[in-house]
Write a protein that binds this ligand. Structure first.
Ligand SMILES: [Zn+2]
Ligand SMILES: [Zn+2]
Length: 230
């Protein structure tokens, strides 16, 4: 497995190209924005892009889908059904976040309409990319239709905005739910071995064991009850 990162958008989102070194098949996880560097990387490495794999529907994770699909029209576009509403609202998402219409092009957030997904993730499915086998795990809480992609033989998990080094995803946007997020993290990420590497949508790579021990949201340092810290 080879993993290449492109940090994109004003939100410093980690777009990744993940490829099988035996077959050269590849996926792009969360293309945040149009990127010639990303497209050139796929072409110059002779990779066959089979899918644009979306962890969730937020703009910093899906904003580059239309351009990447135009460059590689044979690639599937896959998102969980429960995040399709967010995905199709891409052009309005900056306004939900308080960004004014006249700021959109300045920030590179004036999106074209996103193309129709070719299919939806199913919880528990095994998604094959060459010799790689990703277990797809529906993980609501940051958004309703968030998924994480675990390749247990390679000891890696791609967690989007569920979990970060020392932090967890925000739950104050539409579809967010703090208790549900903690439950998703426990079931779908902390259930993996300690030495599994965690690739987050923002920030550095960490491990399951490190977050289990040191993440204040997971080790009992912070406990939210009825909206208050206790
Ligand atoms: Zn997000
Ligand atoms: Zn994000």
């Amino acid at each position: 497995m080879k993993i290449d990162r492109f940090t994109q958008t004003p939100f410093q989102q980690n777009t990744r190209v993940v490829s099988c070194e035996n077959t050269r098949q590849a996926i792009c996880i969360d293309p945040g924005e149009q990127s010639s560097a990303l497209e050139d990387h796929i072409r110059s490495n002779g990779l066959g892009l089979i899918a644009i794999a979306l962890t969730h529907g937020h703009l910093d994770h899906v904003g580059g889908t239309a351009a990447l699909h135009r460059a590689f029209p044979e690639a599937e576009i896959i998102i969980h059904e429960q995040d399709e509403e967010l995905y199709f609202a891409l052009q309005k998402q900056p306004l939900f976040m308080g960004i004014r219409p006249e700021q959109l092009s300045l920030l590179g957030l004036d999106y074209e309409a996103p193309p129709r997904p070719t299919r939806n993730w199913q919880d528990g499915e095994i998604f094959e990319v060459g010799d790689l086998r990703f277990s797809v795990r529906h993980s609501p809480g940051h958004t309703r239709g968030h998924v994480v992609l675990a390749e247990t033989a390679e000891k890696v998990v791609f967690v989007g905005d569920c979990l970060f080094e020392n932090s967890i995803g925000r739950t104050d946007l539409p579809g967010g739910d703090h208790a549900q997020l903690l439950d998703s993290i426990a079931r779908n990420i902390l259930s993996l071995d300690d030495d599994v590497k965690v690739y987050s949508g923002h920030g550095p790579v960490t491990t399951v064991g490190r977050e289990r021990r040191h993440n204040p949201f997971l080790n009992g340092t912070y406990q939210l009850e009825r909206g208050r810290f206790i």
